[in-house]
Each structure stands twice: as structure tokens, then as C-alpha cells.
Design a protein around this ligand. Structure first.
Ligand code: CS2
Length: 490
């Protein structure tokens, strides 16, 4: 009972002084921090990664506080406002550490308080807008913006009352342009190759349809740096809430967890002031393309491989998948022998040690990273994670058999979910489920059904070297049972 009642007290500014000495807390006065960054998409990743970097510089640079904006649900805002915006970050590794983060000083939910969001975007003190809205949040199709996307179509018809992140970015820039306020830098921190360029293209395409002069100003005056982000961040679960509540002696409604490792490489191209990132371990570089390619193709490519093939093997977490010898060996061969040779790495990055470190991180027993979480949004993730490597391998005239196995694993996974009547979390879930239901077990028939319904394969669909290899990989996975998948992997 005593534990339960102490849990009812919440983490807050007032609770900070009484926290146990083992819990790190802000080394600045949160009340004195001013907002300099607006961030869209304050999910677990942002709160565990970027907000932690910013937290480390606020003592010396208190004008870089974050205003976090959720584009859909009010859940995080409602959980953290009563905690004065504070939450706990758990670093899980050989030893576990807890740290209270205070860098997010304002929480907004865009659909509920759009005016407050627009006011922040127009505020001259805001010089940087950052994004982690996931791959699908950009509403991209092929190389550009999906103008038929319901939110984009809505925003084009009512640009003063946007719903999409692109709509908000442009509405904020338009307000600044009209009042002669310097623009903010728009920094994408999502797992997309060339994320800044893609965001820029989408923003310009959208702005062009609203006002050509505004689009010309954005093209000229606004910087969209690329960035590469890396830190394994499993979703929050009740076990974490309980562990944090016990350690703090007060309840935290929404702590986050990650591995101790984190990396952020940012292209050094800003059109307004930027935080002194280099002081807190962010790498600033003129050319980050090699970094994002290496990370997306090796780490994320292997992650998605473990997610689909591991789910078919009825495994639950990445660490479980790495404990399955045939699957772990396959992921390692895939990285070393198929992905690395097709991927130009940045100077100074040694493929062998980079891959070794990734495998070690995947094995971290303190992290329960659910394969089901990584399996989400395959249609958005596979093009950047695996299909680009396949295209480059084909262009070099090399075989793609091994690279096609995880792609086939995704299709068999979609087929299995459809057969079980279990939903897929994916913007193309309906098309994938229809293709899954139409499967009859014949590889050529089933693969053709997926390829026809899924725009994801557009660039590869007509290459018979790819389609045949995918059919063979699909056939090897047989009925998708653990026994069949085990055989395909060995
Ligand atoms: C994962 C990533 O969920 C996923 O798809 O592959 O979130 C991965 O953990 C991060 O990119 C690691 O930096």
C-alpha cells in the first residue's frame, strides 16, 4: 500500500530535489529555459535522443528549449504536462542509469491547439524546427509529395489551418515571410536517405501550389539539412513504468528507454542560428550521405530482416532473434557479404567493426526491443533499408538471392497476418492484406499479386532478375512455419 500511495505522487519540478541521488536530473533551472526549437513528433525516439542532447546543453545555452508538438494524439501532452514536462530516460546496458530530462518545456497537440503551434512557428526566437514523424509522416510517393494524400489535399485547400507536418512548416514560413522574420531551419531526423532533400522537395512542391513567390523565397532562404540519427529505443511498457516508479519514489506516466549508445550526424547547413551541437557530441559534417546510407542499409536493413524472419520463427525480441543461431548467422552474412559490398561507406568508417558493433548492440540483453514494433510500416521502410541495396547490387551485375530473402519474409509475414486475421500496421495495410488473402501458395502467383498492389516496388518490378530471385526466396520460405523458415536460413 505504501508503495502504491507514493506512486500516486507524480514526477514534477517540486519532486526533483527529493529524488534519490542515483537519478541524474537537469543541471539548469527548467523555469529559466526559453523555447528556441519546435519539434514535430515527440515520440519515444525524440525524447530519448534529441531531447537528451539538448538537455545536456541547456545549462550554458538556455535559449534552446524545445516546444514539442504532436500532430495527432494528445496522449503524451496530457501525460507530461502534469509533470511540468519532465520525464525519465532509462539507459539500459551493462549497468542501468536513470536521468530526468527537462528540455521539452512546452507540449502542444496540434489538432487541439493549432493557433498556439502557429504562434510558436512564427516566433522569431524559434530558429530551428526538427521532425521525427516517421517515414510515413512525410506523405511521400516516389520522389515527391503525395498530393492525393488526404492530409495534404486538405491542407492545400485550407493552408491557414493545416493538419500535415508539411502544411505546418509552410504555414509557419509563410507567416515569417509576410512579417519579414528570418526563416527557421527545417531539420528532418527520420530514417530516410537524404531526409533533408526529401523534405525540401515536399515543402517546395506544396508551397508552389499555394504561392509561387513564397515557394521562391523558401527555395532561396530556407535550409533543410540532412541528418542521420541512431539509438535503439524500444517502446515504453509497463515494466519500465514500474521500474522507474520504484527507483524514483514518484510515478512517471511516460518514461522512455534506450540503449546507452546514441549518434546524431547533422549536415552543417543552417539558415538561422543553431544550437552549439558540437559541445554535446553531435557530429556536424558537410556531407552526411555516406553515414545515413551505412546506417539505414546495415543497421536498419538487418533490423527489418530480423523483424520479419524472426516473427515467422515466432520469436519476440531482437535479442531473442540474435540468440537463434541460424537467424543471427544469416543477418551477419547478409550485412558482411551482401549489404557492405554494395554500400559506399564514408571515409574512415570500417565496415567490419561497424557491423561488429551493430551485432553487439542487437545482442544487448537489457533491451527488450519487440520485433513486432520494427515490423511496422514495412512499405515505408523496405525501400530505404533493402530495396536500394538490391538495385545497386543488380546494377553491379551481382546476385541478389540472399538480399531477397528478407523481402520475401515481409511478403510471407503479410500473408500470415492476413490468414490469421491479424492487422498489419502500415499505411498500405489494406492493399497488403488484399494481396495476402489472394495468395494460393504458388510463388509466381503470390509475388506477382504483391508486386502489382504495392507501389513500393515500382523501380524493381520490371527487372526479371529481381522478380525471379524474389519468387525463389518466397518459395524457399514455404508455408512460413518456423520449420520452413529455419530450413531456408540454413
Ligand atoms: C528500427 C529503428 O523500429 C525500427 O524500424 O529499425 O527504430 C532502429 O531501432 C533505429 O533506427 C536505431 O537507430
Amino acid at each position: 500500500m505504501a508503495a502504491a500511495s507514493s506512486r500516486e505522487r507524480r514526477l514534477s519540478l517540486a519532486a526533483l530535489p527529493a529524488l534519490p541521488a542515483t537519478v541524474a536530473r537537469p543541471d539548469y533551472a527548467p523555469g529559466e529555459v526559453r523555447i528556441g526549437i519546435v519539434h514535430f513528433g515527440p515520440g519515444a525516439f525524440h525524447r530519448a535522443h534529441q531531447a537528451a542532447y539538448i538537455d545536456a546543453l541547456l545549462a550554458d545555452h538556455p535559449d534552446w528549449g524545445i516546444c514539442a508538438v504532436s500532430l495527432h494524439s494528445a496522449e503524451v501532452r496530457d501525460a507530461l504536462r502534469p509533470q511540468d514536462g519532465l520525464y525519465t530516460l532509462a539507459l539500459l546496458g551493462a549497468s542501468n542509469r536513470l536521468r530526468v530530462i527537462g528540455s521539452i518545456r512546452e507540449w502542444l497537440c496540434a489538432p487541439r491547439e493549432p493557433d498556439a503551434v502557429l504562434a510558436r512557428l512564427a516566433d522569431p526566437a524559434v530558429r530551428l524546427v526538427t521532425l521525427t514523424v516517421t517515414e510515413k509522416g512525410y506523405a511521400l510517393v516516389g520522389d515527391g509529395l503525395d498530393l492525393a494524400h488526404p492530409e495534404i489535399a486538405h491542407d492545400l485547400a485550407a493552408p491557414e489551418a493545416p493538419r500535415s507536418v508539411v502544411g505546418y512548416l509552410v504555414a509557419g514560413l509563410r507567416a515569417r515571410w509576410r512579417c519579414g522574420i528570418a526563416p527557421y531551419t527545417a531539420l528532418s531526423c527520420d530514417n530516410l536517405a537524404g531526409n533533408g532533400q526529401r523534405l525540401r522537395r515536399a515543402v517546395l512542391q506544396y508551397a508552389q501550389r499555394i504561392d509561387a513567390a513564397l515557394a521562391a523565397w523558401i527555395a532561396d532562404a530556407v535550409a533543410f539539412p540532412c541528418s542521420m540519427v541512431d539509438s535503439i529505443t524500444p517502446a515504453t511498457d509497463d515494466a519500465l513504468r514500474a521500474r522507474v516508479g520504484d527507483a524514483l519514489g514518484v510515478a512517471d506516466a511516460w518514461p522512455v528507454q534506450r540503449e546507452p549508445y546514441m549518434q546524431w550526424v547533422v549536415e552543417d547547413r543552417f539558415c538561422n542560428a543553431r544550437p552549439p551541437f558540437e559541445r554535446v557530441g553531435v557530429t556536424l559534417s558537410r556531407d552526411i550521405a555516406g553515414y545515413d546510407r551505412a546506417k539505414l542499409r546495415l543497421l536498419n536493413g538487418a533490423h527489418s530482416t530480423l523483424a520479419y524472419l524472426g516473427s515467422l520463427l515466432e520469436l519476440e525480441t531482437v535479442a531473442d532473434a540474435m540468440a537463434e543461431p541460424v537467424l543471427a548467422a544469416f543477418a551477419e552474412r547478409l550485412m558482411r557479404e551482401s549489404i557492405a559490398p554494395a554500400t559506399a561507406l564514408p571515409e574512415g568508417l570500417d565496415a567490419g567493426s561497424y557491423i561488429g558493433a551493430i551485432l553487439e548492440r542487437f545482442r544487448n540483453p537489457a533491451i527488450r526491443h519487440r520485433l513486432a514494433q520494427i515490423a511496422w510500416d514495412g512499405s515505408q521502410k523496405l525501400p530505404v533499408r533493402l530495396l536500394g541495396t538490391i538495385a545497386d547490387t543488380l546494377a553491379a551485375g551481382r546476385p541478389v538471392e540472399r538480399l531477397c530473402l528478407p523481402v520475401a519474409g515481409w511478403l510471407v509475414f503479410a500473408r500470415r497476418q492476413a490468414a490469421r486475421g491479424e492487422p498489419l500496421v502500415d499505411p498500405l495495410a489494406d492493399a497488403l492484406a488484399a494481396a495476402g488473402r489472394a495468395c494460393n501458395g504458388d510463388a509466381a502467383h503470390d509475388v506477382a499479386g504483391f508486386l502489382a498492389r504495392d507501389p513500393v516496388f515500382a523501380g524493381l518490378r520490371d527487372d526479371v532478375r529481381f522478380t525471379r530471385a524474389l519468387e525463389r526466396a518466397y518459395a524457399r520460405l514455404g508455408d512460413g512455419s518456423p520449420a520452413a523458415v529455419g530450413r531456408a536460413l540454413s
